[in-house]
Design a protein around this ligand. Structure first.
Ligand code: G3P
Length: 224
């Protein structure tokens, strides 16, 4: 499975819980042309990962690898249910740098990919030193708005790519926040990002299937 160009973060939206989350995952599998992965709600991760054939990311996990770990989310358990990767350090679930480092190490042991979020290109540089597979830069003030990072802050996209690739050119750079249209996606890719992380553009869409089609179009446009 290729690393997806778009990751739909379900966050805790009501539109993504249990049956609704599974239905959305199937729609993305059917219409996403292998460009789109998902990060379902943690409680549904196993349910969904075991039934779809698209990259499924856990929204978080912990650097523990032992049986006596009540209430923790272990990389080995995620790998066991067919999860593709983990999202770490989202601005809604921030982690200390040391914790991110330990988690990347353990997820790698279990063959899971890591996508670590950063609030700024500067923070992305520090995270790049930990060698995750991908880094997503999301300006927190644009998250959940209709103002996309690629349109409103193109210099953030460029800076994020530059900062990360100066440290390690193999790390895939994602951007996110406010991405709602095919144009937002295409522009992010044209500015040098590998992909985009988005949530409300899908989770709050009136016509989800139409939006998925739009985002696919954005990837194809951005890769031209
Ligand atoms: O993880 C994606 C996210 O934080 C961006 O949210 O709603 O602005 O696409 P949204």
């Amino acid at each position: 499975m290729d690393f997806p160009r778009i990751i739909v973060n379900y966050k805790a939206y009501e539109t993504g819980i249990v049956e609704r989350g599974l239905k959305l995952a199937f729609a993305i599998q059917r219409l996403g042309k292998a460009y789109i992965g998902i990060a379902p709600q943690l409680v549904d991760t196993s349910l969904i990962a075991r039934q779809v054939n698209i990259p499924v990311f856990a929204q978080h996990c912990d650097p523990l690898d032992k049986d006596k770990a009540t209430g923790w989310i272990l990389p080995r358990s995620l790998a066991r249910v067919g999860v593709y990767g983990v999202l770490l350090n989202h601005s809604e679930r921030p982690l200390a740098l040391g914790r991110i480092k330990d988690t990347i190490g353990l997820t790698r042991k279990y063959g899971l990919k890591t996508l670590v979020c950063a609030d700024t290109p500067r923070q992305a540089r520090d995270i790049a030193k930990l060698s995750p597979d991908a880094i997503a830069v999301e300006p927190p003030e644009l998250i959940g708005t209709k103002t996309s990072v690629s349109e409103a802050e193109p210099e953030i996209v460029v800076k994020a790519v530059k900062n990360v690739h100066e440290i390690n050119p193999d790390i895939k750079v994602f951007v996110g926040a406010g991405i709602h249209t095919s144009k937002d996606v295409a522009m992010a890719l044209k500015l040098g990002a590998y992909g985009v992380l988005l949530a409300s553009g899908v989770m709050l869409a009136e016509d989800v299937e139409k939006e998925i089609g739009e985002f696919v179009k954005g990837v194809e446009e951005g890769l031209k």
